[in-house]
Design a protein around this ligand. Structure first.
Ligand code: ATP
Length: 549
């Protein structure tokens, strides 16, 4: 919640609370002035001019109340929009350094819920929770102070009733309601299960005792469900009664306490009417608190989930003072070892690898040997536990993350296409590529069918499902080829391709003048331009070192 308060635009929040308070006080003053006016008129004054100030007050408070409410809505909704912008931007800023490694343990659904639903919940926190609470305190306090000018005893009674209506009643309703809600949900579930059981096993039930036992159990659950429903209805009725009854108590207290003065002849009867109706109006100060208490649990839970996401530790950190990006483009891994969190054995254990400018290197090895992990280290998705990853001779940990990532174009093992056009997906790598550039690289990779079918500007489906797995993989390779990065990292780019197509893709990659480091399970398809490096499993080889063959 303190994080949320920090994100609130202070000035606007204060203005919204002030306008909310003004609305409540104008409402109470409108009632008080109306009461005084009616009483004054009932006293048949000799001239209507006596009532002019009250008539003016009624008009003034009536208009002011509507204007203040309108302005308060404008300010608080403007504030909400600013808050949601800050919340979303803040959350995404926290997420970016977590991706991809620190998010591997987070379920996608949870992440989506936090980014969408929890932020939605938090964006309403000011309007539904903070503003009503602040208005209750400020407007309630002001109403009590104003009442004390008329009758200190009445002010005390009003303060107590405001606390009762604003905190006592909602808290009681929540506790009492929770018990009956739980019972109702339990019995509803039991009734549903009984009905299903009865239907599925109808023949057995009829055969056993004509269904009497099953129907008896269903009846018992239905009875308990009715009891729970009644209990919930009683809580709802009692809450409504209290919501209406507590202000009525305030009215009675005002009539009694100020009425004594009127009876004694020391107080103007118009003041009695004003005090009684003004007190009634003051209860609007806590009117929003019932919903605020109800919203509080949801807001707190959403805030906890957002905070938990923000508390995740990124797998790699930006250096405090990054070194300038080196001009040289080579990649060198020196004795790197990495054990994933929670893994029983190292994924890599002392691996050395050199990929010079223009080199074509293919990593092979058994499944789980750590080939993809090599690419993850080159991209600095993770840092090695031991050893160094050098980019152009500089330790990757000393370079700005953006510089590290700009040096490599990556095609993943299971490439993701975005729901958009083929061209849109390709221009993620180079936004200024012309249609001719895109078509050229697609044709080079044998994607003529995609060009002629879906087309450059055709929709690829929600995650590219209008393309086959092999086509998706080649679009991803095309994206890497279009990128201006000096090093191409490709994880099994030919996994879904038949022999001739695989050979074609590998030929295109070998023809590219840049350095290429790829992972493959089919080294036989590689021509003589490729240096094949076998990555051994740490556990199986005891070393996990790369082996040039
Ligand atoms: N995020 C992760 N968390 C924990 N363990 C992981 C993670 N990623 C990989 N591993 C483990 O690290 C080891 C190396 O994985 P890696 O993906 O690098 O192997 P690979 O050689 O590319 O395998 P494959 O050929 O099957 O793609 C495996 O034992 C794998 O289970």
């Amino acid at each position: 919640m303190s994080d949320l308060l920090r994100l609130l635009p202070r000035g606007r929040a204060a203005l919204a609370v002030l306008l909310g308070t003004l609305t409540v006080l104008c409402g109470a003053a409108l009632l008080a002035a109306s009461g005084a006016l009616i009483t004054g008129a009932a006293q048949r004054p000799s001239t209507l001019l006596v009532l002019m100030p009250l008539i003016t007050a009624v008009r003034l408070f009536g208009v002011a109340r509507a204007a203040a409410r309108y302005a308060e809505r404008l300010v608080s909704h403007d504030l909400t929009l600013r808050l949601v912008t800050r919340l979303r931007a803040g959350l995404l800023e926290r997420l970016v350094p977590l991706a991809p490694a620190a998010l591997t343990g987070v379920r996608g659904g949870d992440l989506l819920a936090t980014v969408r639903a929890d932020v939605d919940e938090l964006q309403g926190a000011f309007v539904r929770l903070l503003a009503p609470a602040a208005v209750a305190v400020v407007a309630g306090g002001a109403a009590v102070a104003l009442t004390a000018l008329v009758s200190p005893a009445l002010a005390l009674v009003l303060a107590a009733l405001l606390v009762l209506l604003g905190a006592g009643v909602p808290l009681w309703a929540r506790r009492a309601g929770r018990r009956s809600a739980v019972a109702r949900a339990r019995e509803e579930a039991a009734v549903g299960a009984d009905v299903l059981d009865l239907l599925h096993g109808l023949a057995d039930h009829l055969g056993a005792d004509g269904g009497r036992t099953a129907l008896g159990a269903l009846d018992a659950h239905l009875d308990r469900q009715v009891i729970a429903e009644r209990s919930a209805a009683r809580v709802a009725a009692a809450t409504t009664w209290l919501r209406e009854g507590v202000p009525a108590l305030g009215l009675v207290a005002a009539l009694w306490l100020v009425g004594e003065g009127v009876a004694a002849g020391g107080t103007d009867p118009a003041l009695l009417a004003a005090a009684a109706l003004g007190v009634l109006g003051a209860f609007e100060a806590v009117a929003g608190l019932g919903a605020a208490w109800a919203a509080a649990a949801g807001v707190r839970a959403a805030a906890d989930r957002v905070r938990a996401l923000g508390a995740l530790e990124p797998a790699v950190r930006e250096p405090g003072q990054p070194l300038p990006a080196p001009g040289a483009t080579g990649l060198r891994l020196e004795g790197v070892a990495l054990t994933y969190p929670g893994a029983a054995r190292p994924a890599l254990d002392g691996l050395d690898l050199e990929v010079g400018p223009g080199d074509k290197v293919a990593l092979t090895g058994p499944s789980g040997a750590g080939k993809s992990t090599v690419l993850a280290l080159a991209l600095r998705a993770r840092d090695p536990d031991r050893g160094r990853v050098l980019l152009g001779g500089t330790d990757a940990r000393d370079l700005a993350l953006a510089d590290v990532r700009a040096r490599s174009a990556w095609s993943a093992q299971s490439p993701q296409l975005l729901g958009g056009t083929v061209a849109g997906n390709l221009r993620l790598a180079r936004h200024d590529a012309t249609d001719a550039d895109l078509a050229h690289v697609l044709r080079a990779l044998g994607l003529d069918d995609v060009l002629d079918g879906v087309g450059l500007h055709g929709w690829v489906g929600e995650s590219g499902e209008r393309l086959s797995a092999g086509e998706r993989a080649r679009v991803s390779v095309a994206r890497a080829l279009l990128s201006p990065a000096p090093l191409l990292l490709l994880d099994e780019p030919t996994a879904h391709l038949d022999g001739p197509l695989a050979a074609r893709v590998l030929r295109v990659l070998a023809d590219d003048p840049r350095a290429v480091l790829l992972v493959t399970h089919s080294p036989a398809a590689l021509d003589a331009r490729w240096r094949v490096v076998e990555v051994g499993s740490g556990a199986r080889t005891g070393g996990g070192a790369a082996l040039a063959v």
